[in-house]
Design a binder for this molecule. Structure first.
Ligand code: C2E
Ligand code: CA
Ligand code: CA
Ligand code: CA
Length: 278
């Protein structure tokens, strides 16, 4: 069986065929998803650890297809990136999230920062700063209420390019944060040059924070690194009171995770905000 395994990549295996067929199916379904209104955004609260208040929301894309069911973004985002469809889809997410942020700002509830995930394809597109500025303008949202999340892996693929794009966005008043921090091997010298204001500690380190000495050490190091660079920290994937207590003790600023709330449809998020404001 070992022998076979070594050669199998030369052939078109049933698994490869299945994967390709699934990809083709997803691409053609994705192509129509926007027009058919199959996308929705859910919002997950970002909470201040000091006082438990909601200070931000992360926009997370949801896709419900009549036959395929609910497809996870972890599966369809890469397909959307490879096919270029991520550009119109990403623009739609940005527009919706900004519009929602503006609507919440006008309700007089506690002001929120809206965090939107940015794909590598969007990040590399030369018109990104112009596009974001135009959407903010058209929707009437001041730029300081928007934050774009870029993964550490993308930032570090081409750090000099990333510095330039971040500088451009920064000049437009748009904030950036580094997502999945700890997984992408940032060097200190680049981190200093990135115009970011927040590091998001990857959930893979948060998960075993109470039991794994290495994860614990990494989280402590990231928080202290951020503090020395004047950056804020947010921990993602916080599920237990124990994890939260550890993060609070280490001086982490914010948390996001099922412990507080899973990502919610806009109306439910708003209900939570109202409860928070009372
Ligand atoms: P991410 O940006 O790292 O988002 C965090 C993921 O962790 C989300 O998964 C969220 O639902 C999940 N999560 C939140 N709290 C917890 C928790 O306490 N425990 C656990 N186990 N998970 C938690 P989701 O929504 O399935 O999104 C997966 C990934 O898909 C995101 O990872 C992001 O990379 C990508 N994605 C989602 N929406 C968009 C989008 O609009 N544009 C782009 N480019 N990527 C997106
Ligand atoms: Ca994110
Ligand atoms: Ca993340
Ligand atoms: Ca992630």
């Amino acid at each position: 069986a070992k022998q076979e395994g070594r050669h199998s990549f030369c052939f078109f295996t049933p698994e490869m065929h299945a994967r390709l067929a699934r990809n083709l199916q997803l691409v053609s379904a994705l192509r129509q998803a926007l027009n058919l209104g199959q996308f929705e955004i859910h919002y997950q609260p970002q909470v201040s650890i000091a006082d438990g208040r909601i200070i931000g929301a992360e926009a997370l894309l949801r896709w419900r297809h009549p036959e395929l069911g609910t497809v996870s973004p972890a599966e369809f985002i890469p397909v959307a990136e490879d096919s270029g469809l991520i550009l119109p889809i990403g623009e739609w997410v940005l527009r919706c999230a900004v519009r929602q942020a503006k609507a919440w700002l006008e309700t007089g509830l506690a002001p929120l920062i809206m965090a939107v995930n940015l794909s590598v394809v969007q990040f590399r597109h030369p018109d990104l700063p112009k596009l974001v500025t135009r959407i903010l303008d058209e929707e009437g949202l001041p730029p300081e209420y928007l934050e774009l999340e870029l993964t550490e892996g993308v930032a570090m693929q081409n750090p000099q390019g990333a510095i330039d794009v971040m500088n451009n966005l920064h000049e437009c008043g748009i904030r950036m944060s580094i997502d999945d921090f700890g997984t992408g091997y940032s060097s200190l010298s680049y981190l200093k040059k990135f115009k970011v204001y927040k590091l998001k500690i990857d959930q893979s380190f948060v998960r075993d924070i109470s039991t794994d000495p290495e994860d614990k050490a990494i989280v402590i190091a990231v928080i202290s690194l951020a503090r020395s660079l004047g950056l804020k920290t947010i921990a993602e994937g916080v599920e237990t009171a124990e994890q939260l207590a550890f993060l609070r003790n280490q001086g982490c600023n914010e948390m996001q995770g099922y412990l507080f709330s899973k990502p919610l449809p806009a109306e439910q998020f708003e209900a939570l905000l109202k409860r928070d404001t009372d």
